[in-house]
Design a protein around this ligand. Structure first.
Ligand code: ABN
Ligand code: CU
Length: 597
């Protein structure tokens, strides 16, 4: 990151960059208004990998508080980081002068100018009057039967280790280590030099290095515990990021509920979740990485994408040819993918695990046959992924495909199926850059949704240990470890690698700053617990048929004294004519007011 900061200063003073700025319509004396986001060059065969290079994505800010991504410049200087100078400039054949369009911004002064903030929001508070329900012992946390260690490093950011669940008095191991191990953001515009835009934000920059210092009540609300992060700087000093990780609980809606339709006897139990979060800024983009733990043994990694689109300039009459979208006049936001690679170091009831792929499929027997006379039969077809080659598999939405990490030595007493954790992930686009392309070669981990390898101490980085300026020949990381595909991953110490993400075809709603887009997946216990592991969570309300018959009322164990009727007078809600409100919501004075649940 220290190296990146220098590039802008060098660009502003370089005569050839100044000349290109003048051609774009920026006078010399305005060079202080020229900005650049330096991206590591990726790989460009003209420059190779003997010297460190940055590609400088250029922008202009007419005023200090304007967002520069709305004024992209059309040329791209190449910076030699070892000699701290510009060695080349990529200049397009068709020039795109600086846009003269008025700025659009997202800061408060700009919003005030365009009509101001909406004023129909009442405060919403999260209170935990008796404090939080988790405890910390150093960096080990305990919460609702969970116990694990929260680490952090320059590259992956949050690393969770020794994850175990207390199952009726016994801590059962589930995962040895969980982390986001790599990501790649390939852009889809075929014109040179945009093929170089494919950031590996972990391996090239570091999700730890780029992590934000989080603010109470802003990045997370409620009762928060923070952990700091410490890194060496280039000079060997220590850099501390205060509040790099936040830990808090959130209400998570209904955990389970059932009403007997005969007499309306009911049980309703509310759930909560524990969130371990970091947010990192990868130049224009923000990524909020959440590790969400649920009471029922589910772990839910979730990534929230926000921040600003990477943009390029376009002329007023220019056709984006489908490779991007004009999100604001003169601003072309190129199509791209965000592909994240999770490293799941499994330890389900012990180190020896096996992965099965599960596909919901109809019976193979034809309609009218004795095995499937009515044609309705279907089942979960399980395929053992017994070698590294067989384990390289893709998502299939048509069969609701999931992957089960199993301990085949531990069968469930009822189902007779192995104790397992199931990967349920439904946002799994394939890598769109083609086989043989630069990204396909460099991001070998993204060729398939799932890989399984045998555990090795030094296999942490699926795009290779040193990612900047790798040519992809040979492909480093996962493709090397999969090898010829013959190594057994059956009933042994394994790591599952999962690549998931989104295809982002930009739209004007993503500009000038993107509302959060969440991507989520689940690691769920299956045939792991004897039965529903959250039956002992106190219900908010419970009535049995006999209680209903006796008195019509039940037992409220965990009543929420803070909840109240939205419109307590029992009449109709107030209508704010100025806001064009419609008086449709009616307070429920009888049922909501007297029944107690
Ligand atoms: N998204 C690429 C990147 C990250 C950090 C700094 C510069 C560029
Ligand atoms: Cu995006």
């Amino acid at each position: 990151m220290e190296e990146l900061v220098l590039v802008e200063h060098v660009c502003r003073k370089d005569p050839k960059v100044i000349e290109q700025c003048e051609i774009s319509g920026i006078p010399k004396e305005d060079m202080h208004k020229v900005y650049c986001d330096p991206w590591t060059i990726g790989y460009d065969e003209r420059f190779g990998n003997k010297t460190r290079f940055q590609q400088a994505l250029m922008y202009y800010r007419p005023n200090l508080d304007d967002c520069q991504y709305q004024y992209p410049l059309d040329f791209c200087p190449i910076y030699d980081a070892e000699n701290q100078k510009i060695v080349d400039i990529d200049i397009p054949k068709v020039r795109r002068p600086l846009s003269k369009v008025a700025p659009t911004n997202y800061h408060p002064a700009a919003i005030e100018k365009t009509g101001g903030y909406r004023n129909d929001l009442k405060p919403i508070n999260i209170t935990q009057p008796q404090g939080v329900s988790f405890t910390m012992d150093g960096r080990q946390i305990r919460w609702q039967n969970w116990r694990f260690h929260i680490g952090f490093n320059y590259r992956e950011g949050i690393v969770l280790s020794d994850i175990a669940y207390n199952d009726k008095g016994t801590f059962r191991p589930i995962f040895y280590r969980l982390s986001l191990a790599e990501m790649v953001v390939p852009y889809g515009n075929p014109e040179h030099p945009h093929q170089r835009k494919h950031a590996f934000d972990l391996g090239e920059y570091g999700a730890g290095y780029m992590t934000n210092s989080l603010a109470l009540g802003c990045d997370c609300k409620g009762s928060i515990h923070y952990l700091d992060a410490h890194f060496p700087t280039r000079s060997g000093a220590v850099r501390t990021i205060k509040n790099a990780i936040c830990i808090h609980e959130e209400d998570s809606g209904i955990l389970f509920k059932h009403t007997d339709f005969r007499d309306e006897s009911v049980i309703v139990t509310r759930g909560r979740k524990l969130v371990i979060q970091q947010i990192f800024t990868a130049a224009n983009y923000e990524y909020a990485v959440q590790w969400i733990f649920h009471q029922d043994g589910t772990i839910q990694p979730e990534i929230k994408l926000t921040g600003i689109l990477n943009t390029y300039s376009m002329n007023p009459d220019e056709d984006t040819k489908g490779w991007g979208t004009q999100v604001y006049p003169g601003v072309n936001a190129h199509n791209h993918q965000h592909l994240f690679c999770l490293r799941i170091d499994a330890n389900v009831d012990g180190p020896n695990n096996t992965v099965f792929m599960a596909d919901a499929v109809p019976s193979q027997a034809p309609v009218g046959s004795p095995e499937n006379y009515h044609g309705n039969a279907f089942y979960a077809q399980r395929t053992k992924l017994d070698t590294t080659g067989n384990a390289a598999t893709d998502y299939n939405g048509a069969t609701s495909r999931t992957w089960e990490i199993c301990n085949t030595s531990r069968l469930h007493p009822y189902s007779k199926k192995p104790s397992s954790y199931k990967l349920v992930s439904r946002e799994v686009p394939g890598l769109l850059p083609k086989e043989g392309s630069l990204v396909w070669k460099r991001a070998g981990f993204a060729r398939h949704a799932v890989y399984v390898t045998r555990y090795e101490d030094d296999q942490l980085w699926p795009a290779g240990r040193h990612v900047p300026q790798t040519s992809g020949e040979p492909s480093l990381g996962l493709p090397e470890w999969v090898g010829d595909g013959t190594e057994s991953v059956d009933d042994t110490d394994i790591v599952l690698w999962h690549t998931f993400g989104v295809v982002h075809i930009p739209a004007p709603e993503d500009f000038p700053v993107m509302p959060v887009e969440p991507i989520t997946l689940l690691l769920r216990p299956r045939n792991f617990f004897t039965n529903n592991p959250v039956l002992d969570v106190p219900p908010s309300y419970s009535s049995t048929p006999s209680q209903v018959a006796a008195s019509g009322a039940g037992v409220t164990n965990a009543a929420d004294k803070m909840s109240k009727l939205a419109f307590p007078a029992g009449g109709c809600c107030a209508v704010d004519e100025a806001n064009g409100g419609d008086a449709t919501a009616v307070a429920n004075g009888t049922n909501g007011g007297t029944s107690g649940h």
